[in-house]
Design a protein around this ligand. Structure first.
Ligand code: SF4
Ligand code: SF4
Length: 301
């Protein structure tokens, strides 16, 4: 089984549209949406959810009102302003205290200082992850709760489960829609992969973002293939990206033209290759052929 991660230096480069197209072109793949901050592969693949699991990325405090004496120590020690004071209805009784779950960072200091042990320090529910079936194969994906931050832990969980399923089903390819950028989630997306496909655009910022993410992949010793999306918007820059990528020892997977059909495909909840049998579909097929040749070690250029 070969694991191919599709990433980009920033969001909005067409990474997910390409991942969806690769899913349609690969035979019997397993798919993982590790772009958990903006998971949208499911919009194209329309998964049927088979399993739903809770995701806990850390701890969270909760005050038990029956045990709380209203001493206000937790309010004093919480550096994140996550303890809410609720005044009593009369002037004699002490105020009530409650934890704001959005502001609580789960540091545990309030629980440590609460003498009557009124603060419970529990696993936080930060989101859910799912195992689904799609028309192309199994998809493992996730949904973070409101105001929850992306975490490498959830990315690793999604990726590991997808990897396990790919092995159980003897699938030739695991296709991972990775997180954009160069932070913890993208590192969790790409470590140990067989090939990283970096999708970029022919702009100065696209070239810059590509260099940063390519350095990251290089640091982890993962082979890189570069794909320039919307290449015909600036053919000179697209060519410069190819030349520079090859000079840096990266493989060039090819270019994809700008086409309104990409949006039309999204609206129709189809992949590009299902929706477009013309030049766009042809270009994507060519990129996929090169990507699989690189992942399978049949093309090392
Ligand atoms: S430290 Fe404990 S007892 Fe004091 S206000 Fe906070 S929760 Fe209540
Ligand atoms: S766990 Fe930390 S952040 Fe959360 S309420 Fe307690 S002191 Fe504040």
């Amino acid at each position: 089984m070969k694991e191919i991660i599709i990433i980009s230096g920033k969001g909005g480069t067409g990474k997910t549209s390409l991942t969806g197209a690769f899913a349609a072109l690969a035979e019997n793949p397993v798919l993982a949406d590790c772009d958990v901050d903006a998971a949208d592969l499911h919009l194209i693949l329309k998964p049927k959810i088979l399993e739903t699991h809770d995701f806990s990325g850390g701890k969270q405090a909760r005050i038990e009102p029956d045990k709380c004496t209203g001493c206000a120590t937790c309010e004093e020690v919480c550096r994140f302003g996550a303890i809410r004071r609720i005044p009593a209805k009369d002037d004699i009784s002490p105020p009530f205290f409650a934890v704001d779950p959005v502001a609580c960072e789960g540091c545990g200091v309030c629980a440590w200082f609460c003498i009557p042990k009124a603060v419970q320090f529990e696993d936080a529910l930060n989101g859910h992850w799912f195992v689904s079936e799609t028309r192309f194969g199994c998809l493992v994906h996730a949904k973070l709760g409101v105001a929850e931050e992306n975490s490498g832990k959830l990315v690793t969980l999604v990726r590991n489960r997808a990897k396990q399923i790919a092995k159980e089903r003897n699938c030739p390819y695991l296709l991972v829609d990775g997180s954009p950028g160069i932070g913890c989630p993208v590192i969790a997306s790409l470590t140990g992969a067989d090939l990283v496909v970096i999708v970029t655009e022919p702009t100065v910022s696209g070239e810059h973002d590509l260099a940063r993410v390519a350095d990251l992949a290089k640091h982890f010793g993962i082979p890189v293939a570069v794909c320039v999306n919307k290449a015909d918007i600036n053919p000179g820059m697209a060519d410069r990206i190819r030349v520079n990528a090859e000079a840096r020892g990266l493989s060039f997977a090819g270019t994809v033209p700008y086409d309104k059909a990409v949006t039309a495909a999204q609206v129709a909840q189809l992949t590009i290759v299902e929706h477009d049998r013309g030049e766009l579909g042809k270009a994507v097929r060519k990129v996929w052929e090169r990507v699989t040749a690189l992942a399978d070690g049949k093309d090392t250029k």
